[in-house]
Write a protein that binds this ligand. Sequence first.
Ligand code: SF4
Length: 355
Amino acid sequence: MAARNIGSVNSPHQSSGEPLLVVTNLVQEFSVPKRGSLRNATVSAVADVSFVVDRGETLAIVGETGSGKTSLARTLLGAPPPKKGGITIDGHDVTKRNRATRKAQSRLVQMIFQDPSSALDPTWSVQRIVSEPLQKLGLSRQERDDRVADTLRRVGLNPERHSRRRPSELSGGQQQRVAIARALVGRPALTVLDEPVTALDAATQSQVVELLAELKNEFGLTYLLIAHDLAVVQQLADRVATMYLGKICEEASVATLFSTPAHPYTAALLSAIPSFTPDERPRLRLLGEPPSPIDPPTGCRFRTRCAFAQEVCATVEPRLREVAPGQNVACHFPLGADGTPSTTVPAPESLGTVA
Ligand code: SF4
């Protein structure tokens, strides 16, 4: 986790209260070779995940490498489609892989990737890269050119100077601006930002975060932000969901999650950054090593790394439940405002599946 402060671009909460992305009981699994066996093993990358993102809102998904956040993002784009569960974007069921869905998909969701140099075709000009998503919209050549020039200007590039260049003739920050222009030129309903500034230097990161915030406010965009950098999350997101081994373990507004995290995993992530943990709250450490996603722990998946694990945590999976207005936590012994477990007996509402 990075601890830098890259400047404040916080904006008022823009959520409309109108669901745009609805994810229901989503499951994504992958087959991987199993050491010492001819059979493949199954990795449960996304395990029964449900959440909603309102129109105009930014939801950040945070977690360590291997938490399932990138698998979740790619599943939303249909690459690959989910094993089980539902995804609707702007009322369209995008799990249906028919022609109509594939055609609508690029207008429903676009993704901005971590590394623009590998996401942009090196042989194409900026003009061709940015105009490509417009090909299927039935616009005239002039309309497409005008839309591309407007969008390039809006992301801080000069159409006259930059549109004929190839990606290799641009800086990293300019390349990411081209990637943002390409993602937004078709006005998608949802934009997935996959670690959008991780590959950039610190000064450029700050500019790109500011640009993303401005574009969101100006066009009422809806973002799903995949990030491990909590400074970026704090500046761009309205709400945050923490993921661990394919499960959402906490979900709350940015203000609540950063001030009073109730799940020990969220508290441990924040504890790694001294400025994010008030002096009066104890700093939590992650115990041991991350378990294998091929064979996750029984009961609570976080129990092998949790300082507060008790017997019940090994046998009963905790359910996601509301512990404060808008704050949902999957833990039998959620943390109170002082950062210690607020209860010594599991609440009946937390008792989910028995292992
Ligand atoms: Fe820790 Fe138990 Fe809560 Fe899991 S359910 S986070 S092991 S206290």
